[in-house]
Design a protein around this ligand. Structure first.
Ligand code: IPE
Ligand code: IPE
Ligand code: MG
Length: 252
């Protein structure tokens, strides 16, 4: 798959990815789960680089969920270490690609050393104007939605806003993703067909794409293929196909 095959006028502005299958990839190669996470980090770098090259504006990578704390302590520890490494070792490279780093999720409750490396990277890339790379870290969509509800409720209690001010726009502004457009394309690897508490509000109208490959095998060619699929979809947002392009396609 070549980048040139992508229609630059129909690019998804925001791609979100559930990077799943590192453990199964390692098992397939008769290695420890850690080895899979390491390979997964390399795939993530590849995808960031490709997204920047294609001209994608926003890329969100689901790196660690709130539920992932329930994994064996050793695995959690190694994942945190890989996160620090991924952010620190790639910082100069991201800067050279004009990438801006952001995170979503419960940042406060991350280990101190993870927070420090992320803050440094965020600070040093905040003026960049290329791809915005959003890492979902200690993220859970239900948590995010409840946080937004609490912030809004507090503002009502303080009489800063009234109940009538609550609308989709206000709710958007109170989410971690404030200012970031909703994903146009959501990708999940590893053959699992579920959302796992990821961006529940934001993906209302995203196109969903599932790949059977384990995450470490999802590379440049596969991202291009996913984007080409996206470009062949018809996004109707509730309208009829005739309204969109004067052409009624049949269901199978
Ligand atoms: C994704 O791969 C990485 C994280 C969730 C952190 P997994 O570790 O979930 O891999 P599988 O699903 O066990 O194969
Ligand atoms: C989703 O993968 C979370 C991340 C990719 C970080 P999981 O492997 O944790 O999801 P489930 O448990 O299979 O739904
Ligand atoms: Mg998994």
């Amino acid at each position: 798959m070549q980048i040139e095959t992508i229609d630059k006028n129909k690019l998804p502005k925001h791609i979100a990815i559930i990077m799943d299958g590192n453990g199964r990839w390692a098992k397939k190669h008769n290695r420890e789960r850690f080895y899979g996470h390491q390979a997964g980090a390399e795939a993530a770098k590849d995808i960031v680089e490709t997204a920047a090259e294609i001209g994608i504006r926003f890329l969100t990578l689901y790196a660690f969920s709130k539920e992932n704390w329930n994994r064996p302590q050793e695995e959690v520890k190694s994942l945190m270490q890989l996160l620090i490494q991924g952010v620190t070792d790639n910082l100069e490279y991201f800067k050279s690609l004009n990438i801006k780093l952001k995170t979503i999720g419960d940042f406060e409750n991350l280990p101190e050393n993870v927070k420090q490396s992320v803050l440094t990277a965020q600070n040093q890339t905040k003026e960049n104007t290329g791809l915005t790379l959003i890492v979902a870290l200690n993220y859970g969509s239900r948590w995010e939605i409840l946080e937004a509800v609490k912030k809004i409720a507090l503002n009502i209690e303080k009489k800063i806003i009234s109940i009538d001010d609550i609308n989709e726009d206000l709710f958007d502004k109170n989410l971690n993703t404030a200012g970031i457009p909703d994903p146009d394309l959501l990708i999940r690897t590893s053959g699992e067909v579920r959302i796992s508490n990821f961006l529940l509000w934001q993906i209302s109208y995203s196109e969903l794409y599932f790949s059977d490959l384990c995450w470490p095998d999802f590379r440049k060619a596969q991202l291009i293929e996913a984007i080409l699929h996206f470009q062949n979809r018809e996004r109707r947002f509730g309208k009829t196909s005739t309204q969109i392009k004067n052409n009624n396609e049949n269901c199978k």
